[in-house]
Design a protein around this ligand. Structure first.
Ligand code: ADP
Ligand code: ASP
Ligand code: MG
Length: 402
């Protein structure tokens, strides 16, 4: 008898038929004698629809009220799934984030889980109920509802698995595992049997939305056994595990992230302290900066270019415009029409040929590179967004990942 956490994403619970499919998988695990905790996301496009509804009323609603609204999507799913399971004759209870003891910080819209008070959960499990928990939501110290950021139900599931000491955390979705690239973009992408936490963390942080990056962070930290598998087909998925236990591939996957904006400050005086000034202004506004490039410059000026998430673009532009004269730059330029394309693989640390091969693929496809960044196990390039899908396919082909 095991303790299993199962998470079902939005497309897996989109309608009544799919809810009964999920109820079948949950009750099968329960019938085998396991304790089962189920995390669900909002049905289908509900979260997007709620965001659109909010914007009909107010283009920039407060983040607190957004979280009150968005958390309702998951609340619909938990109750409907519980009703399906009731109808099948099994003992079940649905819990919202706060009922499940999910305590977060107050960063509305992308809150982090701080602690989980498992008392209620354990009580329900002890009385042999199937427990359904709303994903993506929690409660802060003011008793306000928070949400964990898009895709955050994965993180709810892994956090619960860690807190309860579950034997496994199964992430059920609309693909049957983790692939060498998004199978929607690369038709001949290959399913992986396993992948290391580090590689998956890079892929997830670099745009592979099959897992929320914080869920992988938590799985790594608390050593949660994580499996990504299909909600619809009963076949093995992909297991995320420790690096020593997976085959070291030069390149494990290719991914792209369109949620990137590029900002350039031009004609900055070439004197010490400018980078410090710019990035401390951004840090004070809690804006994360990713790739940074400083040009050699002309005369006694230079340019500094960097990337931020699209959602932070406006705030970044505002603070830089306000401080333009003290920064000593003449202009702020920016674009959203940019993507980051990355290759990830634990084996590349000791192999200098990877970057060359990646650049060759882009050259063959006639794609221009704007910026480059590397780390031990990944290489990223910034390119025009219109080229991103072609780039992923070209690189996937070049590394013969199919
Ligand atoms: P859910 O609603 O179940 O959380 P998501 O849409 O968040 O599902 O994640 C699943 C999607 O992730 C897939 O449909 C697929 O298009 C996308 N995806 C991106 N990169 C990958 C990858 N490397 N392997 C598998 N799926 C990927
Ligand atoms: N419903 C939320 C979203 O669409 C959370 C999730 O699906 O994981 O982002
Ligand atoms: Mg998801």
């Amino acid at each position: 008898m095991a303790l299993i956490v199962q998470k079902f994403g939005g497309s897996s619970v989109a309608d009544a038929k799919k809810l009964f499919n999920v109820a079948g998988r949950v009750t099968d695990a329960y019938k085998e004698g396991n304790s089962v905790v189920v995390v669900v996301s909002a049905q289908g496009d509900t979260t997007d629809d709620l965001i659109a509804k909010a914007h009909e009323i107010n283009e920039s609603p407060s983040k607190r009220e957004m979280d009150v609204l968005l958390s309702t999507g998951e609340q619909i799913s938990i109750s409907l799934l519980a009703m399906a399971i009731e109808k099948m004759g099994f003992p079940v209870v649905s819990l919202t984030g706060w009922q499940a003891g999910m305590n977060t910080d107050s960063n509305y819209g992308s809150a982090r889980i701080k602690t989980i008070d498992t008392e209620r959960l354990k009580r329900e499990l002890d009385s042999r109920r199937i427990v359904i928990v709303a994903g993506f939501q929690g409660i802060n110290k003011y008793d306000d509802i928070t949400t964990l950021g898009r895709g955050g139900s994965d993180t709810t599931a892994v956090a619960l698995a860690a807190a309860l000491g579950a034997d496994v955390c199964e992430i059920y979705t609309d693909v049957d595992g983790i692939y060498t690239a998004d199978p929607r973009i690369v038709k001949n992408a290959r399913k992986l049997d396993d992948i290391s936490y580090d590689e998956m963390l890079e892929l997830a942080s670099l745009g592979a939305n099959v897992l929320h990056n914080r869920s992988v962070e938590l799985a790594l930290k608390y050593n949660v056994k994580l499996e990504v598998k299909s909600s619809f087909e009963r076949i093995p998925g992909t297991i995320v595990k420790e690096v020593g236990k997976v085959e070291k591939m030069l390149v494990r996957g290719v991914t792209r992230d369109n949620n990137v904006a590029r900002i350039s400050l031009v004609n900055i005086e070439d004197t010490p302290g400018k980078a410090f000034k710019i990035f401390s202004l951004l840090a004070k506004k809690n804006i994360n900066v990713d790739v940074i490039l400083q040009s050699i410059g002309r005369g006694n000026t230079k340019d500094i270019t960097f990337t931020v998430e699209e959602g932070s673009l406006q705030a970044a532009i505002d603070v830089l415009q306000e401080n333009l004269s003290s920064i000593g730059a003449t202009d702020v330029k920016y674009t959203k029409d940019i993507s980051k394309v990355s290759v990830v693989g634990a084996g590349m640390a000791s192999n200098p040929g990877v970057a060359t091969l990646m650049f060759e693929a882009l050259y063959d496809a006639n794609i221009n590179i704007h910026m480059i960044s590397t780390s031990e196990i990944k290489i990223s390039v910034l390119i025009d967004q219109k080229d991103a899908e072609n780039a992923v396919r070209a690189i996937h082909d070049k590394f013969k990942l199919a």
